[in-house]
Design a protein around this ligand. Structure first.
Ligand SMILES: Nc1ncnc2c1ncn2[C@@H]1O[C@H](COP(=O)(O)OP(=O)(O)OP(=O)(O)O)[C@@H](O)[C@H]1O
Ligand SMILES: O=P(O)(O)OC[C@@]1(O)O[C@H](CO)[C@@H](O)[C@@H]1O
Length: 305
């Protein structure tokens, strides 16, 4: 069974304006309130791709209730820990020229809340996969991901990490099954700027030597790189009209896991991963299976070395 963890879920308030007037009154053309947070997005996309998972994490207040109800209406499985303060609301502002995001800080997580989550992760087995994605609330220790993957490592639970900077780096020692930095995050890890697939490949290989089993580096419309101990693949991204890229990276993670679960082929999983990311980028909200399958023929892998 796949479990996702979202330590800091959100309602994504996705609003669209023609042009942003900073310091002035802006009126929206469209608006939606969607359940968000990276792990929750992974659970939603897995479900759409026909793979069952359970969403873990912390949720609170009226915003938390909204998310839980929304997910239950879609028949998704959740096992959240309730916290006292409200789950955050993240603003995703789309205009004709740019996508701007304001992500809130989120509620306080108490040591008791954290212990309760660790207890759930302790119960996972070597038949389970845990997906850890997104930022951690400031009330949790910076070592949170490291502590959670250490539990997985002890129980032989396969785990996936999609997080930034030190959060990601500190999990590598425990050999994550998959990590998926985007090119900005990869650059930050190595104190450099990465602008192309060719620049990404050597750094993705370094992440393998540091412990990751499989690495995907996404470069938004610039394509993606896959590296493991025996193969390097690159691919360009499908062409289409970008409606909102929120959740594109999460869809890649879900697409990879769903196809790997069904085919056990790394190549198929990577192709499906790219099609899933782009299908979300070309949608308002997350991808559907039909949209992913319609883009698959456009995804051609090139073998690298
Ligand atoms: N402009 C685009 N055109 C085509 N595909 C895109 C575009 N932007 C994103 N994608 C698809 O989504 C994947 C992930 O995109 P990106 O590199 O932006 O991930 P991310 O930064 O982790 O995303 P996010 O944090 O917004 O969820 C890409 O590899 C690609 O398949
Ligand atoms: O603040 P974090 O945890 O880094 O990212 C949270 C978030 O931006 O990530 C998702 C898209 O990937 C959104 O649903 C959500 O608002």
């Amino acid at each position: 069974m796949i479990y996702t963890v979202t330590l800091n879920p959100s309602i994504d308030y996705v609003i669209e304006v023609d042009q942003v007037h900073l310091g002035g009154l802006n009126r929206t053309k469209t608006e939606e309130k969607l359940p968000g947070g990276k792990g929750i997005n992974v659970t939603q996309v897995l479900h759409r791709l026909g793979v069952h998972s359970t969403a873990l994490g912390f949720i609170g207040g009226f915003t938390g209730d909204y998310i839980e109800r929304f997910l239950q209406t879609q028949h998704l499985s959740t096992d959240f820990i309730k916290v006292h303060e409200d789950t955050r609301i993240n603003v995703k502002l789309k205009s004709e020229t740019a996508e701007t995001e304001i992500n809130a800080k989120g509620p306080t997580i108490t040591p008791e809340n954290y212990e309760a989550l660790k207890g759930k992760i302790h119960n996972l087995t070597n038949n389970d996969t845990l997906v850890l994605s997104g930022s951690i609330p400031s009330s949790l220790p910076p070592s949170t991901y490291e502590e959670l993957v250490e539990i997985c490592s002890r129980n032989n639970t396969r785990f996936v990490v999609d997080a930034e900077g030190e959060l990601l780096k500190k999990t590598l020692y425990f050999k994550p099954f998959l990590i998926k930095p985007n090119h900005h995050e990869l650059g930050q890890l190595f104190n450099t700027k990465i602008t192309s697939i060719d620049e990404a490949v050597p750094h993705a290989k370094e992440l393998i030597t540091m412990g990751a089993q499989n690495v995907i580096v996404s470069l938004a419309g610039g394509g993606a790189v896959f590296v493991n101990n025996s193969a390097v693949y690159t691919a360009s991204a499908p062409k289409g009209e970008v409606k909102s890229s929120v959740g594109a990276g999460d869809s890649m993670v879900a697409g990879f896991l769903a196809a790997y679960e069904q085919t056990k082929s790394i190549e198929e999983a990577f192709r499906f991963s790219i099609a899933s990311g782009s299908a979300t980028a070309f949608s308002l909200g997350l991808c559907t299976k039909e949209k992913v399958e319609s883009l698959l023929p456009q995804v051609k892998l090139e073998k690298g070395d």
